[in-house]
Ligand binder design. Structure first.
Ligand code: GTQ
Length: 361
């Protein structure tokens, strides 16, 4: 039988092909040979984040933010925010792989004008009382420790009617939405929204997680709750610490939930509050989700892939995905950490894995 040809090319000995010339020529077709791949992140034995463990010290960031307060108004800036850039991910605006955090300042009398975007956000209040965030026509008052949701495509503006500066941490899913190329943004028709309902009415309506208003219809993929007040969170942590030691890797930890589903506050971000009992040294573990922690109270350290992150009140630090980490409360009082994570994304797609590890310290 005569040998057949492919595409009219008669089969010949492999030696007839000049390999270097072949590889050099592939560029012009925008293709690369998989068998010569040099990107270690393409098919690794296990993931290794480009994000690095890092602490942003509140006293340093706050000083820079207060200088910004003299440099530019909230209105001019639209949002007067110092964005926390992960040194391993710069120049991308990313604090962790899928997560963003920034520290925002609104001075007395200022309004951060109305806008909305597809990216979802929440605010964790650091200092000041008496500012509000208006979300889809309802004002939520902001006190330290409150978490205020401004979900995907919800109108929001912030105003400070008090006589002290308001500082909060913004948490957004921006890096993920950027990667998905699904972000949209629009400025509002006014500086601030008209009030459609009494201030804090949603907070009062969902005052307990066990009684939901049965006449409310809610078909959005995020929590209807605008404000999770610190007064309730703090009380719960206190009483839980009396009775429970919590998880070996995280102490007494609670997830902020969507009361309709019991699931995360938003499809792209989960939010947690945890108390590490006095002197607790947690067991180490790793998980595919990333986390950004904000220190609400206390002092301690977190060991992340051998790097020691020392933290104290109002510092923000990041734990990259799949890094081995353990928390140490160095004080004789409970330490309280707020965190946001991309757990809902990884779980929804079937990529959430976690494993226990030997301690590093
Ligand atoms: O307040 O809407 O820190 O759109 C970054 C992007 C805050 C906000 C940020 C934003 C906002």
């Amino acid at each position: 039988m005569p040998r057949t040809s492919i595409d009219g090319i008669a089969p010949g000995p492999a030696a007839a092909i000049d390999a270097e010339q072949y590889y050099a020529g592939l560029d012009s077709f925008n293709v690369e040979p998989l068998w010569r791949n040099t990107d270690p992140r393409l098919l690794p034995a296990e993931p290794k984040s480009r994000a690095v463990p890092h602490v942003w010290r509140y006293q340093e960031v706050r000083a820079q933010l207060m200088t910004a307060g003299r440099l530019i108004s909230a209105e001019e800036a639209e949002r007067r925010v110092l964005m926390l850039i992960n040194p391993g991910l710069a120049p991308e605006v990313e604090t962790a792989n899928n997560l963003y955090a920034g520290i925002q300042l609104v001075l007395p009398g200022e309004i951060a004008p109305m806008h909305k975007h597809a990216a979802a956000a929440f605010r964790f209040v650091i200092e000041g009382s008496g500012a509000y965030t208006a979300v889809d026509g309802e004002r939520a008052h902001m006190r330290p420790g409150d978490i205020v949701l401004t979900p995907s495509w919800a109108w929001h503006d912030h105003g400070n009617f008090s006589d002290e500066p308001m500082v909060w941490m913004d948490g957004l899913d921006l890096p993920l939405i950027k990667k998905l190329e699904a972000n949209f943004f629009v400025n509002g028709p006014e500086r601030a929204q008209d009030e459609l309902r009494p201030a804090n009415s949603t907070e009062r309506l969902y005052a307990t997680s066990r009684l939901n208003p049965a006449w409310q219809t809610w078909d959005k993929p995020y929590s209807p709750v605008i404000n999770y007040p610190w007064s309730q969170t703090e009380q719960l942590l206190k009483t839980a610490l009396d009775d429970w030691s919590g998880s070996p890797t995280d102490g007494v930890i609670f997830e902020f939930t969507n009361p309709n589903s019991g699931g995360p506050i938003m499809p792209t971000m989960g939010a947690y509050i945890q108390a590490l009992p006095a002197r607790m040294h947690t067991q180490a573990h790793q998980h595919t989700s990333s986390a950004i922690y904000h220190v609400v109270r206390g002092r301690g350290r977190t060991v992340v892939d051998g790097t020691v992150l020392d933290w104290s009140e109002h510092d923000t630090f990041t734990v990259p995905g799949w890094s081995v980490h353990e928390h140490i409360n160095t004080e004789n009082e409970p330490a309280i950490l707020f965190s946001h994570t991309d757990i809902p994304v990884l779980k929804a797609l079937g990529f959430y894995w976690e494993r226990a590890c030997p301690r590093q310290a």
